[in-house]
Write a new protein. Structure first.
Length: 392
């Protein structure tokens, strides 16, 4: 269910890029009384927060894979490195054919570096986590100027001199294949965030997820409940005021604005994690929407890619071109696509145990090791047979 929340929450951040575009008229010039307020609230709740939660859960998944490998006698991290290579290829396809803000490639590269560290004792893993966090903070505080448009200067014909901003509506609409060629041609510039800015933060969050799993956060005992409360109180108690600070007439607002997405948002993500676990343990997670979110979580890779494909078809210029939308329309689009994901995942899981991309993924991951696994299983059966005969 946590994965499902993270997937749907990440869409809440990205949907604005599809329906209006950064700098688009529907965002830059609110067209309704509540338009700007809804946009502001959506950004405060979602921008970077659910991506941080997804990163923590990625680390939890890595910890589960590690324990599974140890139980089955597999060498770590060889299988996981192969798994990460496949994720890298999948991410490139998603980047090239769908959207330029794909997260899979960055996750794959960081996972390759982080995976061998799971063989360390927990105390040394804590040190590695602290070092990754310190590197991220150093890089963030070194340049407090924030993100700017890096795609090159806009032609003067597309400037709105009165507002001093770009009039994106006057830009020619590219075809789908022109968009694909543009992303591939501008690969390194488009991947700057995934390859340069985010990796230290991703490493910190991945390792934090591993440590939280080892600490027993997801168990049902009192220690897990205590840890959940600490995460909720600490993450929200510190992260929410820092998030709001950016929008108040207080000193240091420019600093919190620069740190908002990559430093403050992950703090809130830990709070979201703790709060969600508290609510799940109190209510059992058996409600209708809880089950549907769990279905999305079971098909997380498929739903992540599907939501971007659906949004691209609905709102791109070469697709149905339903945008630009105001804030109310954008939230409605997010709710509609989220509902579609829940319905599709629920129907699919009635016949299959995993999502469509997950099934293909699992087959590709296991393919190089299938022969060795069969031989190992045969040896195990022979040993059990010999032990049974000896006992007789």
């Amino acid at each position: 269910m946590l994965r499902g929340i993270a997937i749907v929450g990440t869409l809440l951040t990205n949907i604005w890029l599809f329906t209006g575009g950064v700098g688009g008229e529907s965002i830059g010039r609110p067209d309704g009384r509540w338009d700007g307020d809804i946009l502001l609230l959506s950004g405060m709740l979602s921008n970077g927060k659910f991506l941080g939660l997804l990163s923590i859960l990625f680390g939890v998944g890595m910890a589960i894979q590690f324990e599974s490998a140890m139980r089955h006698g597999h060498r770590w991290p060889w299988r996981y490195e192969w798994r990460s290579l496949l994720l890298l290829a999948d991410g490139f396809i998603h980047f090239a054919l769908v959207v330029d803000f794909d997260i899979l490639m960055g996750y794959a590269l960081v996972a390759m570096v982080v995976a061998p560290l799971l063989r360390l004792r927990t105390k040394w893993l804590v040190v590695a986590t602290a070092l990754a966090g310190a590197l991220h903070l150093f890089l963030q505080t070194r340049d407090m100027s924030g993100m700017t448009y890096t795609g090159g200067p806009l032609p003067e014909d597309f400037r709105d001199d009165a507002a001093g901003t770009a009039d994106w509506s006057r830009l020619p609409t590219p075809t789908y294949f022109e968009e694909v060629a543009g992303r591939i041609g501008d690969f390194w510039n488009a991947r700057y965030e995934a390859f340069i800015i985010v990796p230290p933060l991703s490493a910190f969050l991945f390792l934090s997820g591993v440590l939280l799993w080892r600490a027993g956060l997801f168990k049902g005992d009192e220690r897990a409940r205590t840890l959940s409360r600490r995460l909720a109180i600490g993450g929200l108690g510190l992260g929410v005021p820092l998030t709001v600070w950016e929008y108040l007439p207080l000193p240091g607002g420019d600093i919190t604005a620069s740190l908002s997405r990559y430093t403050i948002a992950p703090i809130v993500a830990f709070g979201y994690l703790g709060l969600t676990l508290i609510l799940l343990r109190r209510r059992g997670g058996s409600g209708f929407f809880a089950r549907r979110l769990a279905d999305v979580g079971k098909t997380a890779l498929s739903c992540y890619m599907l939501q971007n494909v659906v949004a691209l078809i609905l709102f791109s210029g070469w697709g149905l071109a339903l945008g630009p939308l105001g804030s109310v329309g954008t939230i409605a689009a997010w709710a509609g696509i989220s509902g579609l994901l829940m319905l599709a995942a629920s129907l699919w899981l009635r016949r299959f145990r995993q999502g469509p991309f997950e099934l293909v993924w699992r087959a590709a991951v296991d393919a190089p090791f299938r022969k060795a696994d069969r031989a190992r299983a045969h040896e195990r059966r022979e040993r059990e047979k010999d032990a049974s005969l000896s006992a007789s």
